[in-house]
Design a protein around this ligand. Structure first.
Ligand SMILES: [Zn+2]
Ligand SMILES: [Zn+2]
Length: 274
């Protein structure tokens, strides 16, 4: 197990959303975790997408206690016609002693849909049913909820409204919308978290969204292995690189980098009760 050293007065950055199964399969997980430590990223949340990774991440949370936390949820892109069976396996994780810190990622994805147009309505219905069920579970367990919304912002908001979950526990991860949408979340008590997209040249709308959100709500994530930030854009991403996102974000706010990192870490810690 890796040592979790906390330099005095600094708790270290938190990558609130990454997918560690990729590194596990590639045999690079311990190197990636070590590299994160060296970059001052002391904690991360391994975000579940289907029953194929929930147990794996629960195991990582045990093995790397205090450094890796995990969430469990059925990602909309992993919803298939066996989804009721998948969902039947989910609740046990929330009753275990090593519980997930959040339910997610869950939501709707209208971007990755079946190529056959005839199969689309059924898939959308499955996604909605799986999302609704999981919102119900999150309400019952009163836990943080990680939302994945792609080309489905208004539908996700409407379903969350209908579910009656506490919006204060809702984060839209990998926010790729603009300031108007961030306000829609914020006025309900919800929030957006930002990835390396924030550092991309063409992502002005996302930067405006970041600036529109009150700083005390803001959290950062890599969504690794995807979406590597500048100056590593195009490479395989890793949790440690949330530090680059933080540096860029602090610049946008014209804020001291250390103070900004401290602030977002505290926010993430509070939101996920780490
Ligand atoms: Zn996602
Ligand atoms: Zn993700």
């Amino acid at each position: 197990m890796l040592q979790v050293d906390k330099p005095s007065g600094v708790s270290g950055l938190i990558d609130t959303h990454c997918h560690l199964a990729h590194y596990h399969e590639a045999g690079t997980l311990s190197a990636i975790l070590e590299s994160a430590q060296q970059l001052g990223v002391s904690r991360m949340i391994a975000v579940g997408t289907s029953s194929a990774d929930w147990s794996l991440y629960q195991g990582f949370a045990q093995q790397y206690r205090g450094q890796v936390f995990y969430s469990a949820g059925l990602h909309p892109c992993y919803v298939a016609d066996d989804y009721p069976e998948e969902l039947s396996r989910l609740e046990a994780f929330f009753q275990a002693s090593d519980k997930p810190v959040a339910l997610g990622e869950i939501g709707l994805d209208n971007y990755h849909l079946p190529e056959d147009p005839a199969a689309v309505p059924a898939m959308q219905a499955f996604q909605q049913e799986a999302f609704k069920f999981q919102l119900g579970l999150a309400k019952r367990y009163d836990c943080p909820i990680i939302i994945h919304s792609r080309h489905a912002f208004n539908e996700c908001v409407a379903m969350i409204d209908q579910s009656g979950v506490d919006w204060n526990k809702v984060v839209f991860h990998c926010f790729a919308e603009g300031p108007e949408q961030v306000r829609i979340l914020n006025e309900r008590g919800g929030r957006a978290s930002f990835t390396g997209i924030l550092t991309y040249k063409k992502a002005e709308d996302v930067r405006q969204a970041f600036l529109a959100q009150p700083l005390e709500l803001t959290m950062l994530e890599t969504d690794a292995p995807y979406l590597a930030p500048v100056p590593h854009r195009g490479k395989e991403n890793q949790p440690g690189w949330v530090s680059y996102i933080a540096e860029h974000a602090a610049q946008l706010l014209e804020m001291d980098v250390a103070a900004f990192k401290q602030k977002v870490s505290e926010t993430s810690e509070r939101f996920f009760e780490l």
